[in-house]
Design a protein around this ligand. Structure first.
Ligand code: NAP
Length: 281
């Protein structure tokens, strides 16, 4: 199915949806497996073709759930996975990627991320990513949990300019990146992938969202998502284990926040006025 979901553009020129599907906590309980697979499949049916996973999630179990969900429809999907920093050496990245490909039952990962900065020199990890690109095992690479200074360091490395995204914690109660990271990335045309966009479900229960939600006949979770996706260059990747949540998250794409809504949300969830270290979950 042709995706009708709004897109943003990676530095390489490829368009990807501004709404994706997260998979953390999937694959942990076999009794939930079919619900998880069905939720991801419904997302694909509705055009949410970006799926985010990682070797870390359920010790590879989330990648196996993704494999089931994308079976027979790989071409529709923009697949994101991540390598742990403990596997970020030249040989470690190669091995981790092969293992992820096996679990995902595919021959390529569309976007492969370093999960967070670690002790392996970044230049070695970048060289490993570039080698995987040449071998056709990954199409693009990026990073996750990198603060502005770390992005700056990366940009100075050989091939470091090939970074396609930085996936970070960003939502209404985690606005720190707005101070320096999002401007840095915007200036360079690198989209930010916002993880935990509903603060792991907490924003769905936050009464400070009620006024704006009522105004739009929407749920607080939908407003939290619409807010994350309000500007071009930001991708939200909520995890939804139920079909109802998938439908609601897709519907959030149609919510147009007004200047009044934005002002109300700024009052309830103030933007940063000084540098804060990047938070991680
Ligand atoms: P999240 O997406 O903010 O929240 C997920 C929780 O919100 C789940 O409990 C889900 O419930 C609930 N939910 C989803 N849609 C909802 C809706 N419309 N209404 C009410 N509740 C809703 O948190 P997250 O899973 O931490 O983050 C999203 C994804 O980002 C992860 O799955 C993972 O892929 C990625 N991530 C990356 C990193 C990193 O270090 N790079 C860290 C954390 C997360 P149900 O499951 O019951 O639907």
């Amino acid at each position: 199915m042709e995706s009708s979901v709004r897109t943003t553009t990676l530095p390489c020129g490829e368009a990807i949806p501004v709404l994706g599907q997260g998979t953390w906590k999937m694959g942990e309980d076999s009794r939930r497996r079919s619900d998880e697979v069905n939720a991801l499949r419904l997302g694909l049916d509705l055009g949410v073709t970006l799926i985010d996973t990682a070797e870390m999630y359920a010790g590879g179990g989330a990648e196996e759930v993704v494999a089931k969900a994308i079976a027979g429809r790989r071409a529709e999907v923009f697949l994101v996975s991540k390598v742990l920093p403990s596997n970020a050496s030249r040989a470690g990245v190669q091995r981790a990627c092969e293992n992820s490909l096996k679990r995902l039952a595919t021959d390529r990962i569309d976007l492969y991320l370093l999960h967070w900065p670690g002790s392996v020199p970044l230049s070695e990890t970048v060289a490993a990513f570039e080698a995987l690109k040449k071998a056709g095992k990954i199409r693009h690479w990026g990073v996750s949990n990198f603060d502005a200074e770390e992005m700056e360091e990366l940009a100075g490395l050989h091939d470091g300019g090939n970074v396609e995204t930085n996936q970070v914690l960003y939502n209404l109660v985690r606005r720190g990146p707005e101070f320096d990271l999002t401007p840095w990335m915007r200036k360079r045309g690198i989209p930010l992938m916002a993880y935990s966009p509903v603060e792991q479900g907490a924003l769905a229960r936050n009464a400070r969202l009620d006024t704006v939600a009522t105004r739009h006949g929407a749920t607080p979770a939908q407003i939290a998502l619409a807010w994350v996706m309000r500007k071009d260059g930001v991708i939200a990747i909520p995890k939804a284990g139920s079909q109802e949540h998938v439908r609601q998250n897709v519907a959030a794409l149609d919510i147009k926040l007004t200047p009044q809504d934005i002002a109300d949300l700024d009052r309830a969830f103030p933007p940063p006025t000084r540098k804060r270290g990047l938070e991680m979950i």
